[in-house]
Design a binder for this molecule. Structure first.
Ligand SMILES: *Cc1c(COP(=O)(O)O)cnc(C)c1O
Length: 473
């Protein structure tokens, strides 16, 4: 499989290069040259198989040519063997023709584990093959940092540096990061906001000499490998609920548009998806676009679903690329204009095509609390705030001809105990393996919001890529 950038006629590159590059040099995102297809017979053949088996079959075409079949099967099997539910992504019925898919059985209790646990292993393999090392650097407002640290911990060829705003992530989120004891993990609390952390990371990457010398790489949701891994659970849900014979719709709490875009990819690969419902909190740039055809940024406001407190949904560009029939020139122009003005109308034709399959719904914190309480009363399930928003979107938008409805539960309620307790009166407990989280020793450096200090910290600990180390791998 070869990949192309959404923004230009640059070279077609293979999976391993896409994995390590993240963003394309022209500023675009990588997408496969062509979506592989599973036939109705292939989809029928997924029924009754293990999650790892389904995931391997769905993902294999994307890595073909880069990783041999047997080695990839082993990587995938190892990845999901570490999850703490035998079904990996279990479905729970919560109404007639309505299901929850629990995507919080990985090590850090959010759906990001389903992709990052595999991505960590893929990095390891590709770096070993090339005799290279890497320093992963990222800023987090919570879930991503913990999932990335769990994915990279203890891997000899990787160092990981995660910045979080000091005092501004939840206790559970901070402890999930700072109690990891492996020597290659570096937590940095920045005296500033999440935006300050992001600006520091960006500035560090923009110093190309520094970036190359210390082999810096990013872990963000624009990496194609993360999308690819997420496609698998859409097929797992579809196969369990009767695809290819039965249509399915998915409701997805959405921030960067990575998760719901993976659903779109599943549809392009042959899964009979009727519609995709996008749930957002008060940071509703996507639901406003779907309603009006105009994409306009606004100031980010904090909510009880912090993993969706974002201003721009990076992965949306991948959908626009398809809506533009893969014409990169007008898309690149539109994205440049959007970055400059914070406002874009991608054209009625694009909007029409997108809204045939996508619909959006927004819910504020009060509404989110009401959904958590109602679902707890009616079926005993405890939802986290993100999952509640997704389910609410599905409930509001689903029509009889949309087939079975699957709402993705993207985080364990115990990750957001305060919001959940305030909503339904129950304080959700952490799973047994994390029960001692509050007793574990924390390890974290604190730095001022100062680029020079941060660079010195990273430089002292990151691998160095100079001529001598390149000659002696
Ligand atoms: C990251 C995250 C989301 C948003 O997912 P995107 O792929 O960015 O749209 C939703 N819920 C939870 C719990 C998350 O951690």
């Amino acid at each position: 499989m070869k990949y192309v950038s959404t923004r230009g006629p640059g070279p077609r590159i293979g999976f391993a290069d896409v994995l390590l590059a993240g963003l394309a040099r022209d500023g675009g995102l990588y997408v496969p040259e062509k979506f592989p297809r599973l036939s109705p017979g292939d989809i029928r053949d997924l029924q009754g198989r293990s999650y790892a088996d389904i995931a391997r079959r769905v993902m294999h075409p994307f890595v073909a040519g880069a990783i041999p079949k047997a080695a990839f099967a082993q990587l995938v099997a190892d990845t999901y063997a570490g999850f703490d539910h035998a079904a990996v992504a279990p479905l729970k019925q919560i109404g007639a023709d309505r299901w929850l898919m629990e995507l919080f059985h990985g090590p850090t209790l959010a759906f990001k584990d389903y992709a990052l646990q595999l991505v960590g292993r893929l990095f390891d393999r590709v770096l070993a093959e090339r005799g290279e090392r890497m320093a992963i650097v990222g800023a987090t407002s919570g879930d991503t940092g913990a999932a990335a640290i769990e994915a990279c911990r203890g891997r000899a060829r990787m160092r990981i540096f995660i910045l979080h705003p000091r005092g501004r992530v939840s206790d559970v989120q901070r402890r999930q990061m700072t109690t990891v004891a492996d020597a290659n993990v570096h937590n940095i609390a920045i005296e500033g906001t999440f935006d300050d952390c992001q600006a520091l990371v960006k500035a560090m990457f923009n110093d190309h000499a520094f970036r190359d010398r210390h082999r810096l790489a990013a872990v963000n949701s624009i990496n194609w490998a993360r999308i690819m891994a997420q496609v698998a659970y859409y097929f797992a849900a579809g196969a369990a609920l009767g695809a290819p014979e039965r249509k399915i719709s998915f409701a997805v709490p959405t921030g960067n548009f990575g998760n719901v875009y993976a659903g779109y990819v599943a549809g392009r690969m042959g899964l009979p998806i009727a519609r995709l419902f996008v749930g957002s909190n008060r940071n509703d740039i996507l639901t406003r676009y779907l309603a009006t055809g105009v994409m306009a940024t606004a100031k980010v406001v904090p909510t009880t679903s912090p993993s969706m407190d974002i201003q721009v949904s990076s992965n949306f560009e991948r959908l626009l690329f398809e809506a533009w029939n893969r014409k990169s020139a007008p898309l690149a122009d539109a994205m440049t204009a959007f970055a400059r003005t914070g406002r874009a109308d991608f054209g009625r034709e694009r909007w029409g095509r997108i809204t045939r399959q996508f619909a959006g719904f927004r819910l504020d914190d009060k509404g989110t609390a009401r959904v958590i309480r109602d679902v707890h009363r009616s079926c005993g399930e405890i939802l986290d705030p993100h999952s509640a928003i997704g389910l609410a979107a599905g409930a509001a938008l689903h029509r009889p001809d949309d087939g079975a409805l699957v709402a993705l539960a993207t985080a364990h309620p115990a990750k957001f105990p305060d919001a959940v307790e305030a909503a339904c009166g129950v304080r959700p407990a952490l799973p047994a393996r994390l029960a001692d989280l509050y007793d574990r020793r924390e390890r974290c450096a604190t730095l001022p919001n100062d680029l020079a200090r941060l660079k010195a910290f990273v430089a002292a600990r990151a691998p160095i890529n100079d001529e001598t180390s390149r000659k002696r791998p």
